[in-house]
Design a protein around this ligand. Sequence first.
Ligand code: ADP
Ligand code: MG
Length: 442
Amino acid sequence: MEGRSARDIWEAALGELQVQVSKSNYRTWLEKTTGLAYDNGQFVIGVPTTFIAEYLDQNQRSLIEKTLIGITQQDTRVHFHVNGRHEEPPVNYAFDETTPVREASPLIFNSKYTFDAFVVGSCNRLAYAAALGVAENPGQNYNPLFIYGGAGLGKTHLLHAIGQVALSAKIEVLYVTAEQFTNEFINAIQHRKTAEFRNKYRSVDMLLIDDIHFISGKGQTEECFVHTFNELHNASHQMVITSDRSPKDVPQLAEQLRSRFEWGLVVDIQPPDFDTRLAILQTRVEREGITLPPEVLEFIANQSEQNIRELEGYLNRVTAYAKLVRTPLTPRLTAEALKAIGKKAPKKVTPKTVIESVASSFQLAPSDLIGRKRDKETALARQIAMYLLREETRCSLAQIGQELGGRDHSTVIHACQRLAGDIEASPSLRRKINEIRQGWPQ
Ligand code: ADP
Ligand code: MG
């Protein structure tokens, strides 16, 4: 195995890590790393900044080493080398959904998310047609266009596709997630810049808002959005909105918004059938110039029925493995490459893993949760950590308090109860917590 290049091994490892940690975790810490050298059980990983090196060293070392050991079948110790980035990622690909969008610019769109690259099947035909319709004739057909469906089914892809058509037609378009919209609104209030905020959103020709369910229950932000909506609608400026469910099913959504979302066209995207999944995988491998036998693609297409992002993760993992073993891939080898994924009995996690996973999903350090910081984000992250420790480990309340910097057990009870109530009421919180749960190594 040492004859293989560090680069190939690390690619295979990234393929595995990608399915083991949460998406935001992967993007923040792992995406821009490279395999630099591998010799005598010592593996050097190139990372762009000291900060990332320190974070990975403190929080992800054991997971990374475990993954590398699985691939190399040898005891492996990792070292992080700063500035080891050998190549810049292509500019458009560096798009990050969590980066606030400041102005309309081509860089906000992922160049891979085009109409051409979108595979149409019965599950998404209407959504596709409607999206293409508003991209070509904005403001003229249905306003707003509301697209809903489960995670990983192509909602963001369609929004970006619309945005890119609009841009090329020199239409001033703004893409924003509802989370960014909310954060910007709160910032604007804090810094007394609400007039600027209003102008920014109300002056565009086309507004694309992703994951609108995020603002449900956030009264002030919802109210602000109603005004934005009204102005854009009156001016016949196109809005396209996505959500994980239909307007009537988004809990706690302000009534004014719910009815407005139904003014235009509401379309859903269903999970893809087998043929569509296969077609998506085929398009992917063709575009990336990879060859995989058809039965392998079929095998992968059967691994996930509900989520195309997941399918792509499996495909990445299998192709990385194919490069590594350099033998033709059979379904059996594919199964081997996929072995560690899914369909396993969940393992009890350690308190350390819980705290690390929660911290990283908030882009905080574990020490922030253990320490005394009291800002809203940290406090919420800490509550989630308490709640998950209670749910997922055998720790007593006192131990949980101990793990989180010596807090007493009534604080823990209070946090768990409060969070349980909040989870009940907030789908976005529920989703966040599920994401954290899925993110930790199994
Ligand atoms: P959502 O926003 O609904 O959670 P995304 O738009 O992020 O999902 O899609 C997840 C991944 O699946 C993306 O890489 C996207 O390109 C891909 N994808 C989704 N639907 C399709 C499709 N119909 N054809 C090709 N790729 C798709
Ligand atoms: Mg999305």
